[in-house]
Write a protein that binds this ligand. Structure first.
Ligand SMILES: [Zn+2]
Length: 179
C-alpha cells in the first residue's frame, strides 16, 4: 500500500494511500490564495493553510476527518476539511497554535464546512473539533447520525469505496493496481 504509483486521473505520482484536502471552507467566496498565518486578521477576511475568517464574524480551522479503512490493521484515510469554531475557541486555538501543545483544549463544537463529493450534502453537519498536540491538524468527529459520512467515520470504509472516493476526486489508483 505504501509504494509510489502513477495516477491515471491527475497524471501525478502518489505515494501509497493519499489524503484528499479541501483548500478552503465552502463559505469562502474567493480564490484559494493563502496568506501566512502571521498575517491573521480576526476582524476581516482571511485565508491561510490553517485559519479562515469571514467578515470578522465566521471563524474556521483546517482539520482532519479520518475514515478507518476496514480490514487494514487500523489505517485511516484522511480528508483535510474545515470546521467552524466560535470566536472564543478560535482565538484560543490561534493563541496556542505555535506552541504545539493543544491536546488539553476542546473538544469544541463546530459545523462541518465543506461539501465532500461522493456523499449527500455534508455542509453544516454538526461535529466536534479535537485539538491535537505536536502541530498536527485537529481531528473532526462527526455527530453520530445516520448521515452516510457519519456512518463511514464510525464503521469505516472498504478499500473499494476508497478507490471510488479517489476516482470521484480525480485520482485513479485502480488502473495502477491492475497493471
Ligand atoms: Zn492523482
Amino acid at each position: 500500500m505504501d509504494y509510489p504509483w502513477t495516477c491515471a486521473g491527475c497524471g501525478g505520482t502518489h505515494q501509497g494511500l493519499i489524503d484528499l484536502a479541501c483548500g478552503k471552507p465552502e463559505h469562502w467566496p474567493g480564490a484559494e490564495d493563502k496568506a501566512p498565518n502571521s498575517a491573521l486578521d480576526p476582524n476581516g477576511n482571511f485565508l491561510s493553510e490553517d485559519f479562515c475568517v469571514l467578515n470578522g464574524q465566521h471563524f474556521f480551522v483546517r482539520a482532519m476527518l479520518e475514515l478507518p479503512i476496514r480490514g487494514s490493521d487500523g489505517r485511516h484515510f484522511g480528508f483535510g476539511v474545515w470546521s467552524t469554531l466560535s470566536r472564543q475557541n478560535f482565538v484560543r486555538y490561534v493563541e496556542t497554535f505555535d506552541s504545539g501543545a493543544q491536546d488539553g483544549l476542546g473538544p469544541w463544537y463546530g459545523w462541518f464546512s465543506n461539501r465532500l463529493k461522493g456523499y449527500p450534502d455534508t455542509l453544516s453537519l454538526k461535529c466536534e473539533v479535537h485539538p491535537v498536540s505536536g502541530r498536527q491538524r485537529p481531528h473532526v468527529l462527526l455527530e453520530p447520525t445516520d448521515h452516510p459520512l457519519a456512518i463511514d467515520q464510525k464503521n469505516g470504509i472498504t478499500f473499494d469505496r476508497l478507490l471510488e472516493l479517489y476516482a470521484i476526486n480525480g485520482h485513479d489508483m485502480k488502473t495502477s493496481l491492475s497493471d
